[in-house]
Ligand binder design. Structure first.
Ligand code: ZN
Length: 395
């Protein structure tokens, strides 16, 4: 299997880089067409489900005879925009220095390609007479890079991802098995005051003054939290956007803050919201006449931790050891992903990230993926699908 699966992963990676799917603006239609053609070519039925205008998820599966959970590749078809600063054409993949360069090479068209190569290998084995016991499903979703993950929400709503399923997002983890993801919530905190001439500030209620107290207090409150997770580290909070005021000599009646919070167990989203609420209230007590409103701007994204002793994790660890040699260790990440969303919304404790490439190359100009990493991933996925899906006695 090795040479064929590796070559297919490399050639598909290049082909997919050449199909732009930047988000924003958010148009994965050509990618969806290519995914559909791929699955049909290997003899699978394809479901396409509309998520928004020119945005469709594509799902295909190899259905096993067993009744157990499915193994689901949950992968996003979008990339961040190419942006500035490239020394190469981001949509014309080049192969140099043992790397493939282009937008999405690392995040995550390389991972997608390696997963598809493994899917094709499994289908060829079955066409050659092997018996499929386990069901393997590919959910190709839209809209991960916006952070909102409407594609994964739609895939769950359509029943393609269930609580018992083993879910793998082929995101760049350098083939470490990521079993834990920090919670990642976004909030909008708005202070409402009253405008007045800046020469008579006592006549107004200074929203910017209250907001600035809150910014500092939130930093201090989060730094004092006692929680530290062995894989995830500590909580962070960043006020990433702040808007208020319109004239130098006028007290601002409104100041709006956007807050990004990353947090670890045992904290839940409600705990974080409570901290922000308390600090905002304290700020308002110090600045006469100012009130605040607070709301989450995305769906709930709590910290998720997979069951590292469960059947899914054991099978993946065993395969990693078999293909890569070394004893694999679980890892954690500070960013959220489709797999995190799947775990949060279904309650699954079997959602993982595992893929080729290094996250440091994601979202950068001159993004690349190491060909060696890509080939290893294809072999890992190939073997994993065989072990998961095929009957022991298959040819
Ligand atoms: Zn990604």
């Amino acid at each position: 299997m090795d040479a064929a699966i590796e070559a297919q992963a490399v050639s598909l990676t290049k082909e997919l880089i050449a199909i732009p799917s930047e988000n924003p603006t958010g148009d994965e239609f050509a990618m969806a067409d290519r995914m559909e053609a791929f699955f049909r070519d290997i003899g699978l039925e394809v479901m396409r489900e509309r998520v928004a205008e020119r945005r469709e998820n594509v799902t295909a599966e190899i259905t096993g005879t067993g009744s157990g959970p499915a193994l689901v590749f949950l992968n996003h078809m979008d990339t961040v925009p190419a942006g500035e600063g490239w020394s190469r054409d981001p949509f014309h993949p080049t192969e140099e220095e043992g790397k493939i360069w282009g937008r999405g090479s690392c995040d995550m068209k390389g991972g997608i390609a390696a997963g598809l190569a493994a899917m094709e290998n499994l289908k060829l084995r079955i066409d050659g007479g092997a018996k499929a016991r386990g069901t393997v499903r590919c959910c190709m979703v839209v809209d991960e890079e916006s952070g909102v993950m409407t594609g994964t929400e739609a895939a769950i709503a359509h029943g393609h991802i269930n609580a018992e399923d083993i879910v793998i997002s082929c995101e760049p983890t350098e083939l470490a098995l990521v079993t834990a993801q920090k919670g990642a919530m976004w909030f909008e905190l708005v202070f409402h005051g009253k405008s007045a001439h800046a020469a008579a500030p006592h006549m107004g209620a200074d929203a910017i003054h209250a907001a600035s107290r809150a910014v500092v207090a939130l930093q201090e409150a989060v730094a004092k939290l006692p929680y530290e997770d062995p894989l995830l580290g500590r909580c962070t909070m960043v006020t990433s956007i702040i808007e208020g005021g319109h004239k130098t000599n006028v007290v601002s009646e409104r100041c709006a803050m956007q807050i990004d919070s990353r947090f670890v167990p045992p904290l839940r989203t409600g705990d974080i919201q409570q901290i922000i609420h308390e600090k905002a209230a304290e700020a308002c007590e110090r600045v006469n006449g100012v009130e605040f409103s607070l709301r989450a701007t995305i769906a709930d994204r709590p910290p998720v931790t997979a069951d590292t002793g469960g059947a899914g994790a054991r099978l993946i660890f065993e395969t990693l050891k078999e293909i890569l040699g070394a004893e694999p260790e679980p890892a954690g990440v500070s960013y959220y992903s489709d797999a995190g969303m799947a775990a949060a919304q279904t309650g699954s404790r079997n959602c993982f990230l595992l893929g080729p490439g290094n996250i440091e190359q994601a979202h950068t100009p001159d993004e690349f993926i190491e060909i060696d990493s890509l080939k290893k991933a294809a072999r890992v996925y190939g073997r994993l699908l065989e072990k998961f899906a095929l009957d022991e006695n298959s040819p």
